[in-house]
Design a protein around this ligand. Sequence first.
Ligand code: NAP
Length: 480
Amino acid sequence: MSELRVEANLIDGRWCGAEDGGTLEVTDPASGAVIGTVPNSGTEETRRAIAAAHRAFPAYAAKSVTERAELMRALHREIVAHADALAALLTAEQGKPLAEAKAEVLSSAAYVLWFAEEVRRARGEVIPAAVPGRKLLTTRHPVGVVAAITPWNFPSSMLARKLGPALAAGCTVVVKPASATPYSGLVWGLLAERAGFPPGVVNIVTGSARKIAQAIMESPEVRKLTFTGSTEIGKELIRGAADTVKTVSMELGGNAPFIVFDDADLDAAVEGAMIAKFRNAGQTCICSNRVYVQAGIYDAFVARLAERAAAMKVAPGQEPGAEQGPMVDAQALAKIEELVADAVSAGGRVLTGGARHARGGLFYAPTVIADATPEMRVTREEIFGPVAPVYRFETEEEALRLANDTEYGLAAYAYTRDLARTFRLQDGLEYGLIGINEVLIVSPEVPFGGLKQSGLGKEGGWQGLDDYLETKYTCIGGLA
Ligand code: NAP
């Protein structure tokens, strides 16, 4: 782990601390132990990083598409070669079980490879001209310097979805990783160096979110801001980007419904609910937040779900067989306690869990709450923890109405064996990602992104690259 744990910013190819020497501590959420420090940087360091990215841009953008694709493939090889060590680093600062951390790291590698391949298809067009003697062309160009701000819950793969398309398209980048999980961000600098990316192409700065964001916002040289995090901060950043008219991509919060119809395969639905709810201890933007179950199957479903949740192994992510790690910090734990207390006071029936786990620290017991109602806070707010409120519904129309009754629109899941209903759900669910009889729906080939207040833009698929390319139109006249 230590070989990949970098405790410095990467600016213009040099590893450096904050100008005033300040640092932030990084802790292991499973034990509370301090595992290291990173620079507590601010405006000045960010300005230098932006200047470096700006200087590096013309030469990097001018590289041929095959040269950039080869650099990306080298980066992919670095990630795969160090997958175990990267997973250990991720678990140490974030807390998720090692198997989940390794899956995240390999997913990061897969995104890098996908964009290395996809960039070779970033074509322009020749448009039939209405006027004789003219040729009308469109060509694709990198947007320029990109700033990327990422969250703690998937500190590796959320960055892969931004660095992958940016570097493939020919952009240079300034990255600000989450303060809780900076090592999984900083290590991208090390791996990019080893892969052969020139100095200044990848710059990474850790520290004060507000100061770093302010320098990004003020800079006319930063042409795009890509952010994954809460809707609240995302809205601030959208407003901030207006002054310099930056392009923004926003991957924001979610409030995913998980709908189980009477005709569902019960085993598959329970299995799906376990993954969709408890992966990363419920700290996933596409985690099911509200579980809606049709009356005829309700009692059987909640009983099975509670039985499975109660049997989960809650333990530090490094412990063999761990299925659920700790919450990321004390604030997250306190919010979950508040939400559960609110649900119970409004008539929710705790079938399992409902309290901190016996392991103490930041561990919370996997929780299933039956008889959930729309008045509870868990219906409106992102839970971001291992708590499954289960609501009863009667008709498909009612389920759709309840599912869409939120300002969010990231992911939605449904279990049914009725084909016609499947297509009605596809049409009716106001969500950017829909899983029918499947919850593991994310991969590099598909466009990931939310509707409504869950975001702007897509990550993955050809659309994920498109967001990092500008289109220029050229009219060549006088050809008749
Ligand atoms: P967050 O508090 O919004 O933080 C995300 C990032 O923004 C961190 O790097 C944070 O830095 C930074 N930040 C905080 N305040 C800022 C400010 N005023 N200006 C600029 N940057 C600022 O979110 P989080 O708690 O890390 O992540 C959880 C949220 O992310 C959830 O809402 C989840 O749904 C969402 N999420 C969405 C997706 C998606 O793809 N749609 C994926 C994953 C997570 P510090 O760490 O230094 O505070």
